[in-house]
Design a protein around this ligand. Structure first.
Ligand code: ADP
Ligand code: MG
Length: 753
């Protein structure tokens, strides 16, 4: 975080930044490290994920083999068995525990019945405790082998312990994310050893008092006590709510500061002119702008002519006409003597944008050529990683001289050797693939901070927009240009041979009518892992869940289609991320021209690829894709006037949640609805673009799908606070908390936006 005073050394009175190894043995410290807990402060942030009410037992009915579990249960009885068979001649202690209805077996192995003395004394019928271990199956029954456990009664060490145990028994039991050999209650005790001696002032207080009062929140330390060692469930709820507000407030403050900082750097103004490129472009446009295009265009035009750098996110469904909006913005800048860069996430897209822009601008893009118009004109350059050295040198020279007014490129634009001296506008396509850092890299290229227009076709749920894109103003292109054809989506069970035969016949019919067909699959070849991460399972499947069959690959599917009766005589092309740039380009060209009217591809066709003859898309193993991703894929068709079809093929059982998810997809073409549905089924880490959990995102308890109101409240308050106190001088607790909680790249996810 730039600008926020680093948490000052010596301001850690309670030693919270010291390592956990000060408190526990090395072996335990190593296990804590595996849970992401290194310092004592990390320990305070290692929150329980469940609280078992006093007197209540955990449900044993839905344990699954392979899970590492912690349960609160009651001992029913114990039995020692001596095994005579086999060479081992050992003994087993079999203890049965219950939640009142279901049962679970605990098994301890030993050399003789005597070795169980300690267990049999503690695990008497009627005793309650916490038990933890990995669930396994033995003779059709679930069991925990050599579980760790702790009973809820005083040991043999007297009345004081007993009183303590009695008091503890009235509180909810926190259950922590634990690991083998580091059971939940050891974590609880370690947390308490840090938490109990703390006083207010040992921790920064991030939330302003007024904000806490307004929302009925606790102080920071109180909130931690409330979730680590609650008196009752109400306290848990109050503590968790406070911590969610804290998380939201920190992130929103950081975003508000980033926004304010960027606004503080002066940008070069680009006043619109009367007889320039933009006017010529508008006059030649073969259609009228949609209302959304005009409105967004006007907002952008105004921002471009000011000195506060524009930071605008332009949302628009596929085909809603974002390119036209971007082109108009770029022309305004060129008219004013500046340069504009369009950044695309892939080489295919950069080339496509270059073609599309050149075509859209027509003669206006022919500056310096024989066929240049009499009036104003500029040059549209292209810069990608795979260009021959000579071409690249030429492009660089024309950029540096200012001759190239508009440049389209990939990451290659971001390297140091690229000079764009009059750069005043950066348009980023599909922004989530670029980080703020990369955008920042481009900022530094020109005379001043460039204006920024971020375009995305991915509908983003409101909460994600507020969190991930919190520093941007947002506009939406709501309606599609007139004359667009609808896309009919049909769900096809892969097991139904008759339907599958019909799928390929349908592809044939489209091809015969002059259309093109995409066939999208999750993988490139048989040995390859899924291109698309499996989605839809909340929290991810346990490691030992049955592995799904390998999904369809480009390799297999193209071979299959080559042999398919219905497609006899139809040429099939392939496209995937491992092909060289020129191969990809050739594959796209062959598809566009109809030379290979069927294209088997991975999700490289997901974003922005535009072939208007494409009228059918078949997605195989569709359950492997997220809803938003499917929506993106569906947007590859329906770009011309021909009615289009999307066939979603999946082998999952009808009636299962995975199937129902696909039914949701087939039932609506509303990208925002799908994005919201997707969000509620995904983990935060996925949404925020980091594979890991809350830790790297700074979000532990906050859920984007659930906490929209918390985020909105925090955002409003944080923006107000920052506008009155940009350097947080009057909010040292907040500044410290940001420095601590979002430090060390933990606000990285902001940069992934
Ligand atoms: P997006 O980038 O948002 O997916 P494009 O800008 O590529 O959409 O537009 C899709 C197609 O619609 C292009 O062929 C474009 O020329 C055309 N188009 C854009 N705006 C309009 C409009 N107002 N009326 C008719 N066609 C339009
Ligand atoms: Mg586009």
């Amino acid at each position: 975080m730039t600008g926020v005073a680093a948490h000052r050394a010596g301001e850690d009175p309670a030693g919270l930044d010291s390592p956990v190894s000060r408190l526990v043995r090395k072996a335990a410290a190593d296990k804590f490290a595996r849970l992401g807990v290194r310092t004592q402060r990390d320990l305070l942030r290692h929150y329980p994920f469940r609280w078992v009410a006093p007197g209540r037992l955990s449900s044993l009915a839905d344990l699954r083999p392979g899970e590492q579990v912690t349960v609160v249960a009651e001992v029913v009885g114990a039995e020692t068995r001596v095994s005579r068979a086999g060479g081992r001649g050992g003994s087993r202690l079999v203890v049965t525990i219950t939640d009142g209805s279901a049962f679970l077996t605990l098994v301890f192995f030993g050399s003789s019945p005597r070795s169980f003395g300690m267990h049999t004394r503690r695990l008497r019928a009627g005793v309650r405790g916490q038990f933890t271990g990995e669930v396994s199956v033995f003779r059709d029954e679930l069991q925990l082998t050599h579980p760790d456990y702790q009973t809820f009664e005083a040991g043999e060490d007297g009345a004081e312990a007993e009183a303590l145990a009695a008091e503890e028994a009235l509180r909810p039991t926190p259950i922590y994310p634990a690991t083998r050999g580091l059971p939940s209650w050891v974590i609880a005790a370690t947390v308490r050893s840090v938490l109990d001696p703390l006083r207010p002032g040992d921790l920064p207080e991030p939330l302003p008092a007024g904000y806490r009062a307004e929302h009925g929140l606790l102080g920071s330390l109180e909130a931690l006590r409330a979730i680590h060692h609650p008196a009752d469930e109400r306290e848990v709820a109050a503590g968790a709510l406070t911590l969610r507000h804290e998380e939201a407030f920190l992130v929103q403050t950081a975003l508000a500061r980033r926004r304010a900082e960027a606004a503080g750097d002066g940008a070069e103004p680009n006043a619109a002119i009367d007889a320039g490129l933009l006017a010529a472009f508008d006059a030649a446009l073969p259609f009228t702008l949609t209302r959304g295009q005009s409105e967004v265009g006007a907002a952008i035009a105004e921002e471009l002519s000011g000195t506060v750098p524009m930071q605008r996110l332009l949302h628009g469904e596929v085909g809603s006409g974002k390119t036209v909006v971007a082109a108009r913005a770029m022309l305004q800048v060129v008219d004013a003597g500046g340069q504009a860069a369009l950044l695309a996430p892939t080489e295919v897209l950069a080339q496509q944008h270059h073609r599309a822009l050149s075509a859209l601008l027509g003669p206006l893009a022919r500056a310096g050529r024989l066929d240049a118009p009499d009036g104003p004109a500029t040059r549209v350059g292209l810069l990608t990683g795979s260009q021959p050295a000579a071409t690249r040198r030429d492009e660089l020279a024309r950029l540096a001289s200012g001759e190239t007014g508009i440049v389209v490129g990939t990451h290659a634009l971001l390297t140091d050797t690229v000079q764009i001296p009059f750069l005043r506008l950066v348009v980023v396509d599909e922004q989530h693939k670029f980080g703020v850092e990369q955008r920042d890299a481009l900022r530094m290229r020109g005379e001043a901070v460039p204006h920024q227009l971020i375009m995305t076709a991915t509908p983003i749920p409101r909460t994600v927009a507020m969190t991930v894109f919190g520093d941007l103003e947002t506009s939406v292109l709501g309606e599609l240009p007139a004359g667009r054809s609808p896309i009919a989506t049909t769900l096809v069970p892969a097991a139904n041979a008759r339907w599958m035969a019909r799928v390929w016949e349908r592809v044939r019919e489209e091809v015969d009518a002059g259309g093109r067909a995409y066939v999208v699959v999750p993988r490139i070849d048989a040995g390859d892992s899924d291109d698309a991460p499996a989605q839809g399972a909340t929290g991810g499947a346990p490691d030992d869940a049955p592995r799904p069959l390998p999904s369809a690959s480009v390799e297999e599917t193209s071979a299959l289609l080559a042999a398919e009766q219905a497609l006899a005589g139809v040429r099939v092309g392939v496209l995937h991320g491992r092909m060289a740039a020129d191969e990809k380009d050739a594959a796209m060209a062959a598809f566009a021209s109809g030379e290979t009217p069927v294209l088997v591809a991975t999700t490289v066709v997901e974003v922005g690829v535009d072939v208007s003859e494409a009228s059918i898309i078949v997605v195989l193993d569709a359950d492997r894709f997220g809803l938003s991703q499917l929506h993106q894929l569906r947007g590859r068709v329906g770009r011309g006037s021909r009615p289009s079809i999307c066939l979603v093929v999946s082998g999952v059982e009808p009636g299962t949640p995975a199937w129902e998810r696909l039914e949701v997809f087939a039932s609506t073409s509303d990208g925002f609805a799908l994005a919201e549905a997707d969000l509620s089924m995904r983990r935060e880490g996925d949404v925020l673009g980091t594979a890991q959990s809350g830790r790297t995102s700074g979000l532990r308890l906050l859920r984007l799908a659930r906490d929209a109101d918390v985020i909105a409240a925090a955002r409003t308050a944080a923006r107000e606070l920052v506008s009155g106190d940009p350097d947080l001088e009057r909010h040292p607790g907040l500044a410290d908390a940001i420095a601590i909680e979002l430090a060390d790249g933990e606000d990285e996810f902001l940069d992934k936006s």
